[in-house]
Design a protein around this ligand. Structure first.
Ligand code: HEC
Ligand code: HEC
Ligand code: HEC
Length: 148
């Protein structure tokens, strides 16, 4: 009996940590429940193909320089469970839904709107965009033209 309990507890801990470490899921996973946002994003936002844009310039750069592009042109680079490399994390290669809304793993499992960030602030934008520019546009065009 006790060994079964230990096993169950170990399994719970294992699945919990496994889950948290890989909390970014990639935009593709949002499609099932948010088809309209997904379709519009793929069609109108340049971000949806952002890896392709940096890959075009890779040849002229050192690997060190190329990796700097990941901060803004991929999803979650440098964060736990975020983009690492094209071969290891292909689903996160573009700047996707989770660049703005944050990691979506918990929200997908629960389907609870409380588990995902919906209200963005200027700080979310200036991680990627020049702050002067964000301010002069009063942050609206970036919000709408770049999203969905
Ligand atoms: C299994 C279904 C499901 C998946 C997959 C899913 N969502 Fe949701 N999402 C919901 C439901 C249900 C709601 C609440 C009702 C609504 O707004 O449509 C919601 C609401 C939201 C909201 C609004 C939250 C609010 O407070 O108003 C955002 C933003 C969101 N989802 C983003 C995402 C992103 C990004 C992904 C992919 C990482 C994703 N969702 C994947 C089901 C899902
Ligand atoms: C601090 C964030 C940031 C970094 C770092 C960055 N970019 Fe960008 N990049 C952007 C933003 C934001 C845009 C979109 C500008 C717009 O159209 O409003 C962009 C646009 C581009 C475009 C035009 C196509 C497109 O997707 O709109 C190319 C090509 C590009 N970047 C290449 C690179 C390369 C190569 C690197 C690395 C050497 C790099 N960027 C690093 C933020 C960044
Ligand atoms: C450039 C940032 C950005 C990206 C990328 C982005 N969103 Fe959003 N999203 C927002 C903002 C900002 C809002 C809230 C708009 C508001 O305050 O009315 C929002 C709202 C939402 C909502 C709530 C309903 C609505 O339309 O207001 C859903 C669902 C959603 N996003 C899903 C997605 C999905 C799925 C993707 C990827 C396909 C995505 N978002 C990509 C910024 C973004």
């Amino acid at each position: 009996m006790r060994s079964i309990l230990v096993f169950v507890v170990a399994l719970l801990i294992f699945t919990q940590t496994g889950y948290t470490e890989n909390n970014y899921v990639g935009s593709e996973k949002c499609k099932d429940c948010h088809e309209k946002e997904y379709r519009r994003f793929q069609k109108y936002s340049k971000k949806a193909e952002s890896y392709k844009h940096i890959a075009l310039m890779e040849k002229g750069l050192t690997q060190e320089e190329f990796k700097k592009c990941f901060t803004c042109h991929t999803t979650g680079y440098g964060k736990q469970g975020g983009f690492i490399s094209l071969s290891q994390t292909p689903k996160l290669k573009n700047n996707g839904c989770e660049s703005c809304h944050g990691p979506g793993g918990d929200h997908i499992a629960s389907e609870d709107p409380e588990d995902i960030k919906a209200k963005l602030t200027i700080d979310d934008c200036i991680h990627y965009h020049n702050s002067e520019r964000v301010k002069s546009f009063k942050f609206k065009p970036l919000k709408y033209a770049g999203a969905h």
